[in-house]
Design a protein around this ligand. Structure first.
Ligand SMILES: Nc1ncnc2c1ncn2[C@@H]1O[C@H](COP(=O)(O)OP(=O)(O)OP(=O)(O)O)[C@@H](O)[C@H]1O
Ligand SMILES: [Mg+2]
Length: 251
């Protein structure tokens, strides 16, 4: 594995909920800044350069669409921005915190506190209800008990799922499942939400509804997002679009 990060003895302080307070002037910090990020995967003797000199800055309330052909590095970029993978080189800062040298323990905490993920394959827990799928995140996060249940219910209400909160994922439509996944990504009030092809499994109309929802949820919260898509039609729901080809971002 190339994902070793320097071991650092310190753990992210608990009293740093949104991850912003630790850095002075954090209010103006971009939601994401990646500088000259390179990611090399090693497969046997081969090296695959998935990202090369990728630099991107996302403002605190900005929605950026990320477009590019299959294999161009979109998921890799999101995974690095969200602390699921470490960059081979370059720097990554999210909401003013530099996660570049984070240990895996620090990254795990960072993911709970600062980012949300919505993947193409929605990945809900099949034997938990919609509401429980939101709450499961929070067992790892900051809120517990009553506060978590209230937040889950509020999000489900906003997402138009109040009357479906006790349904299992298998008892929901594709669009409803996608909305549960959006709710789950918002549970911990992240600074940055990473959507990896959130609409690709949906028909055009539902895809547009989900994009509208993503836009309104992000804008009403002032939360930044990167939305990976193959679909030029949903680009107008973003503030800006970026293209990536063979690991190179147009900038
Ligand atoms: N775990 C891995 N090990 C080795 N190579 C990988 C790994 N993950 C991705 N790659 C390679 O890195 C490159 C970028 O992959 P990535 O998944 O980021 O592309 P993508 O733009 O998300 O593609 P798609 O649109 O098909 O989802 C590809 O060439 C891919 O084969
Ligand atoms: Mg991908």
């Amino acid at each position: 594995m190339t994902d070793t990060v320097p071991a650092s003895g310190s753990v992210v302080p608990a009293a740093n909920p949104a991850g912003a307070a630790a850095v002075s002037g954090a209010a103006a910090s971009p939601a994401l800044r990646m500088e000259a990020v390179r990611k090399v995967y090693e497969v046997g003797d081969e090296e695959v350069v998935a990202l090369d000199h990728a630099s991107i800055t996302v403002a605190p309330d900005e929605i950026v669409a990320l477009l590019g052909p299959s294999g161009s590095g979109k998921t890799t970029l999101c995974s690095i921005a969200g602390g699921l993978l470490s960059a081979t080189s370059g720097t990554v800062t999210v909401g003013g915190r530099d996660i570049t040298g984070y240990s895996s323990k620090q990254l795990s905490r960072f993911r709970q506190e600062a980012v949300g993920f919505v993947f193409q394959a929605v990945n809900l827990v099949p034997f938990l209800t919609a509401r429980e799928n939101l709450l499961v995140v929070d067992e790892l996060g900051r809120r517990t008990g009553r506060a978590a249940r209230d937040r889950a219910d509020q999000l489900l209400e906003e997402l138009g799922l109040a009357d479906r909160r006790n349904n299992l994922p298998g008892q929901l439509s594709g669009g409803q499942r996608q909305r549960v996944a959006i709710g789950r990504a918002l549970m911990n009030e992240p600074e940055l939400v990473l959507f990896d092809e959130p609409t690709s499994a949906l028909d055009t109309k539902l895809g547009e509804q989900v994009m509208e929802l993503i836009r309104s949820e992000m804008k009403s919260r002032g939360t930044a997002a990167i939305v990976v898509t193959h679909d030029e039609r949903i680009v107008h729901y973003a503030d800006r679009s970026l293209h990536i080809t063979d690991g190179h971002l147009d900038a």
